[in-house]
Design a protein around this ligand. Sequence first.
Ligand code: GDP
Ligand code: MN
Length: 377
Amino acid sequence: MKIHEVDARGIFSRFSLPVPPSRLITEAEQARAAAGELGCPVVVKAQVLVGGRGKAGGVKLASTPAEAVEKARSILGMDIKGLTVEKVLIAKAVDIAEEFYAGMVIDRISRKPLMMISPAGGIDIEEVARSTPEKILKVKIDPATGLLPFQVRRMASFLTGDKEIARQLGPVFTALYQAFMEVDASLAEINPLVVDPQGRVWAIDAKINIDDNSLFRHRDLAGMRDESAEDPGEVEARNSDLSFVKLDGNIGCIVNGAGLAMATMDMIKHYGAEPANFLDIGGSSNPEKVLAAMKIILRDKNVKAILINIFGGITRCDDVAKGLIEARKNLKMDVPLIVRLTGTNEEEAKKIIRGTDLVSAESMDDGVKKAIEMAGR
Ligand code: GDP
Ligand code: MN
C-alpha cells in the first residue's frame, strides 16, 4: 500500500526525523493562511501517489503567501501521470546546500532489511544505480541486533566529511530504520535528505509503502489507503477478498490456491503464451467469488480466453460448474471459458458442463493448450 507524502511525513515525525512543518490543503485559498503560519518561503507539493512530482511540475517554491495561493491553484487539479491532484501540502521550505538519498527496502537475497545511502540525492535512485552504482552504499541490517554503531558511522562518512553533519545523520539513519520496521514497510525513502546552508539536516520528502499483509495489525494505517492510484481491478479484488495481480498477457486465469495459480501461469508460459493475471480465489471457491473474479478479468480488454482451473477438495466441482454457468448467463462476455475441474464430484461437474458453451478440459495441460488455441483465434 502506497501512502501519501503527508502521511509518511507524519510517521517520520513520530520517529523524530527532522521533517519541516507543513499543512495539508484542498483549496488554493487555504494556502494563504498556511504559508502565513509556517512563514515563507514555502514549498507547494502535489499529493499524488507517484514519484517524480518535481519534474512533472507538481512541486513549486513560493516566497509569499499570495504566491503560495497562485502555485496551489496551478497544482490543484493538475494531472500527474494519470492522477488528478486533489490535495496539496504547503511545507516550510528549506534552503538546500547538499542533497543526499536515504532509503530502506527488504533485500530478498539476504532476506534482511537493507539501507541504501547516496550522496547523489534528489534524483531517481534507479538512475543513480544504473549510471553511477559506486555512489550507493548498501548496508544489510540484522533485525536481531538492529542498526549497529559502526554501520551508522560508515554510512555517515560515506555522505560527508563534516563531523557536525555526520553527528546529525546518525539519528536520522536509526530513526529511518525504526520507522521502517515499526510500520512493516516494504519501502521507506527520504529523497532528498538535505543539508541547509547553516549545516542542519532535513528530510524534505517522505515516501513509505506498507506491506499489505501486515495491515491487519496496523488498523490506524489502513485508513491512509488512497485507491485512486491503484489498479481498479486490484481494488475490486481486495474488496472481494481475492488475490489478484494484473499482468500483460491475454489469457485470464481463475484458480483456487496460490500454488496452483502459479503453476497455471508457469504452464501458460511454458506453451509460449502469456497470462493476463494471477488470481487466487482461495481455498473454497464459492460462486460469488467466481463471479467477482470473472468481472475483474473481463475488465481487461486484452483477455481473449479465460481458463478456470479448480482443484476440488472441500470445494465441490459441481457447485463450481453451476456457478460458472450462472455467471456465464449473467455477464455479457464473448470470450471462451475453458474449464478444468478435478477432484470432488468431478464427473457430476462434467455432466453439467456438457451441452453448454463452456469448454471442458481433461487435464491442466489440456486446459492450458485449449485456452491458448482459443485465445489465438
Ligand atoms: P518528488 O519529485 O516527487 O520526489 O518530490 P520532492 O519532494 O523530492 O521534490 C522535488 C524537488 O523539489 C526536490 O528534489 C528539490 O529539488 C525541490 N524541493 C522540494 N522541497 C524543497 C524545499 O523545501 N526547498 C528547496 N529549495 N527545494 C525543494
Ligand atoms: Mn523526492
